[in-house]
Design a protein around this ligand. Structure first.
Ligand code: HEM
Ligand SMILES: *[C@@H]1O[C@H](CO)[C@@H](O)[C@H](O)[C@H]1NC(C)=O
Length: 493
């Protein structure tokens, strides 16, 4: 990972020192405080030497430096926000000025033209009729995933849930496979109208391969090229420039993922047998004929592909956290099962219209998203304009990271024992419940466009599993139950 540091740092340092001095001169309010760091490398070493997950390290630094602190990463200011107040004020209320992405790595490899999640917000990209790619993508998603559209996907979600329940009967130990399959199949069906094969489906294999490659690049700590923009000019064949080759290779691998399912839909359309899907409906709405090769066709393809990348793995993460929490807390499980039975009767299974009658089930979903947020550092944003917050200067171009973990583990918001999984914190007798942990789905104008669809998937699968099964602890060699040990990865996918 750090091998490119072997590059000639001397040229780079001259460049950065000049930039730093220039910045310092223009600055009026000062940057927020932060760990001291080294002259050129800034806080890279502090990050590399951390003892814990990045989001926990940031929460600890917030104790020392304040809820809004600064890192210096190769001279590029990076502002870490660690309180609900700062995050909502900056990333929600002032969202217009904070919805860009730090995307040089992706700009280089063309990915920021492809993927919604790394697309630049308002400038720096070719656009149609002055609308930036990001805005066009978001509008396209909005037209398919607003609340009124969601019931159209219910049957797909019901079928996916039934498949998991069937498979759990014969192969309960393979629950991770079933959950991966569920999350992939529901998204692929909605987006492309494609029905996954029960096993070894090529589209799922392609997907998880691509997502694995993207992981390290999406990780906020790995936006190296943003931190050291001059690396852009390093030729990809230089020793040490592997990060750049990786981005290119990822782009090549991923092209398949973008083109193959689209070709499949196109053939179906031509043969008059394509199932209605996000692709066919969006093409129809925009008056596009599949295969015409226009920029607008490419835009729809990219949206579809972005959902294919962003949807499944995040859903899987939340569902696996749920399984873990149920394993560790049999008492929570029993209570949820009693609640479900009281609503749907013995042997019944819950449906979407039962959701409002299942407050404890909903509290479990909220607690899953709070206890182990899927993206604890969300996806990094970037400041478009100079700004001042709480007397501190936030310079244009700064990377701005909302530490979702710290909000979710703030006792002032969620009550005592925040480290503990306890749905009761959302069931207060006085009714003064903490809010639904919205920030698990991001902020302001970059908030997750798949949020409501994802919540429906989580609700139906979690409640149906509880209605049908009891999740038990694994057994050791002597047949005794033990608490599983769990590691979370710190990649942002
Ligand atoms: C439990 C499941 C999910 C979670 C926790 C989740 C969370 C997130 C988060 C935190 C972001 C970044 C927001 C920000 O930068 O402020 C995001 C972006 C995104 N999500 Fe989700 N997501 C989930 C499921 C889905 C699904 C099912 C889809 C598609 C059907 C989807 C599509 C997207 C897209 C396209 C973006 C990029 C938006 C942008 O950059 O403007 N997500 N998601
Ligand atoms: C965004 O920044 C511009 C320029 O500094 C400022 O005029 C505008 O009020 C800001 N908008 C928001 C929502 O903070």
């Amino acid at each position: 990972m750090y091998s490119f540091l072997n590059l000639s740092l001397i040229a780079v340092s001259a460049f950065l020192v000049i930039r730093q001095i220039d910045r310092a001169r223009r600055r009026q309010a000062s940057l927020p405080p932060g760990p001291k760091g080294l002259p050129i490398l800034g806080n890279i070493r502090d990050i590399a030497n951390r003892q814990d997950y990045l989001w926990i390290t940031y929460s600890q630094w917030a104790q020392r430096f304040g809820n809004v602190f600064r890192l210096n990463i190769f001279g590029v200011p990076t502002i870490i926000l660690n309180s609900h107040e700062a995050i909502t004020e900056i990333l929600d209320k002032r969202s217009q000025n904070y919805s860009d992405r730090p995307g040089e790595l992706f700009d280089q490899s063309q990915c920021s033209r492809l993927l919604t999640s790394v697309s630049r917000y308002a400038y720096g990209q070719p656009a149609w009729g002055n609308v930036a790619i990001c805005l066009l993508h978001r509008k396209t998603f909005h037209q398919a995933f607003q609340p009124l559209d969601l019931p159209r996907y219910y049957d797909i979600q019901r079928e996916g849930v039934n498949e998991v329940v069937r498979k759990l009967t014969t192969a309960p130990d393979a629950y991770i496979d079933h959950i991966n399959h569920f999350a992939g199949s529901t998204v692929l069906k909605v987006i492309y109208g494609y029905t996954l094969k029960t096993e070894n489906d090529p589209y799922i294999e392609m997907l998880y391969k691509a997502v694995d490659g993207l992981g390290p690049a999406m990780d906020h700590g790995a936006f190296w090229i943003d931190y050291l923009p001059i690396l852009k000019y390093v030729p990809a064949w230089l020793p040490g420039a592997s990060f750049k080759r990786n981005a290119k290779k990822w782009y090549q691998d991923t092209k398949e993922l973008k083109e193959k399912p689209w070709e499949w839909v196109q053939q179906g359309e031509a043969a008059g047998i394509a199932a209605s899907s996000f692709c066919t409906e969006t093409a129809e709405r925009l008056g596009i004929t599949m295969g015409e090769g226009s920029e607008m066709e490419d835009m729809i393809k990219n949206c579809a592909f972005s959902a294919y990348i962003a949807g499944p793995e995040t859903t899987v993460s939340a569902l696996l956290t749920f399984i873990l929490a149920m394993t560790l807390h049999p008492e929570v499980q029993v209570r949820a099962q009693e609640e479900i039975e009281s609503v749907v009767g013995p042997g019944g299974v819950p449906d979407f219209n039962d959701r409002d009658s299942l407050p404890y089930m909903n509290a479990i979903i909220s607690e899953v998203l709070r206890w182990r947020p899927v993206l604890p550092l969300s996806v990094a944003h970037r400041a478009v304009n100079d700004d001042v917050y709480a007397g501190y200067h936030i310079p244009a171009g700064a990377t701005v990271v909302g530490n979702v973990w710290s909000i979710m583990h703030d006792e002032n918001l969620y009550g005592p024992d925040v480290a503990k999984f306890n749905p009761d914190r959302f069931m207060r007798p006085d009714g003064k419940n903490p809010p639904f942990p919205d920030q698990a789905f991001g902020f302001g104008r970059r908030v997750c466009p798949g949020q409501d669809f994802a919540m429906n998937s989580l609700y139906l699968l979690m409640s149906t599993i509880l209605a049908s099964y009891t999740i038990a602890k694994p057994l050791d060699a002597n047949g005794k139950e033990y608490d599983p040990e769990v590691k979370y990865t710190d990649n942002a996918t």
